[in-house]
Design a protein around this ligand. Structure first.
Ligand code: ADP
Ligand code: MG
Length: 283
């Protein structure tokens, strides 16, 4: 039975993304590989969801289905209440490798999607300046991708995605290739950006700490085929800002162990109340 301890009634509106009893299978020759099963998942407007799972559990497949690049084998996938019909402007995607156009400068990369939207030049410039500034690349706007560090490339990719103003941004392990110091700083910036823009973010990671630091809601997927094993509010989400190091927060170790055990064992899922009680007991 799929687990869903997250009560989406609390948001009081229909989820922007809704998956019901979704299955995904790939055909290779005469063989069928089932990679995801019984996926029940709602993404509400304003959520910062981290989907946490080991490699090979189907995270990228899930993201590609939500992006509209692939069709689920069975089940229901709805975006904004309507059956999902393929990629659309409401859904932006940021990949692990920043896949910027290598022959275009940072600002031209950001401008690309705005030209596709047929915005006039003055409007394009205003939007480009706004988002380049937001990701701290103003001084580097005329550089080409190969002249940027890994972290700067990802910031440019995030700005490019934000500039077209999608309702939700899907991110597939976008910081996995960065060194740990750059990664920490870009995580802080993304968190800040989420607060400023109130965007809905669906962020995939295999890093437990990254999920704890970023998400207001954490979903674990594991097993083969992958399925949702835990779906909880992040009990530390509101305390992270005040902490100089979130790893010192009371309840951090308990949450971390809970997530790791769930990923390792697919252990009997805990209810939301029990999780809250466990974290509270640690305080
Ligand atoms: N297009 C595809 N065709 C066949 N098998 C695939 C395809 N994409 C992914 N897979 C397989 O599906 C499983 C899950 O892959 P993926 O969704 O990339 O997982 P993750 O992102 O969690 O590492 C893997 O076994 C992978 O080899
Ligand atoms: Mg992947």
């Amino acid at each position: 039975m799929p687990l869903n301890t997250y009560d989406n009634q609390q948001a009081g509106e229909a989820p922007f993304i809704s998956l019901k009893d979704m299955q995904m299978e790939y055909q290779s020759g005469s063989k069928t590989l089932r990679v995801l099963e019984n996926i029940d998942l709602d993404v509400n407007t304003g959520d910062f969801i981290c989907v946490l799972g080991p490699s090979g559990c189907g995270k990228t497949s899930l993201l590609r289905i939500i992006a509209g690049y692939e069709n689920a084998t069975s089940g229901e996938v709805k975006i904004d209440g309507k059956k999902h019909k393929g990629p659309n402007a409401d859904i932006g995607v940021v990949f692990q490798q920043a896949n910027l156009f290598p022959w275009l400068s940072v600002e031209k990369n950001i401008e690309f999607g705005l030209k596709m939207k047929k915005l006039p030049k003055s409007e394009r410039k205003r939007i480009i300046d706004h988002y380049i500034n937001m990701v701290g690349l103003t001084e580097f706007s005329s550089l080409l991708p190969h002249e940027l560090s890994g972290g700067m490339k990802q910031r440019a990719a995030i700005a490019r995605s934000l500039a077209t103003e999608p309702k939700v941004i899907l991110m597939d392990e976008p910081f996995a290739a960065l060194d740990s110091i750059t990664r920490q700083s870009i995580q802080e910036q993304l968190r800040e950006l989420w607060k400023q823009t109130n965007k809905t973010i669906f962020f995939i990671t295999h890093d437990v700490d990254e999920a704890i630091f970023l998400a207001n809601r954490i979903i674990t997927i594991n097993g083969s085929p992958g399925t949702v094993t835990l779906d909880i509010e992040n009990p530390l989400a509101n305390k992270i800002e005040e902490a100089s190091d979130y790893r010192d927060l009371k309840g951090y170790n308990e949450l971390r162990h809970l997530l790791i055990n769930t990923l390792k064992n697919r252990e009997a899922p805990l209810s939301q109340n029990l999780i809250k009680a466990k974290i509270a007991a640690a305080e």
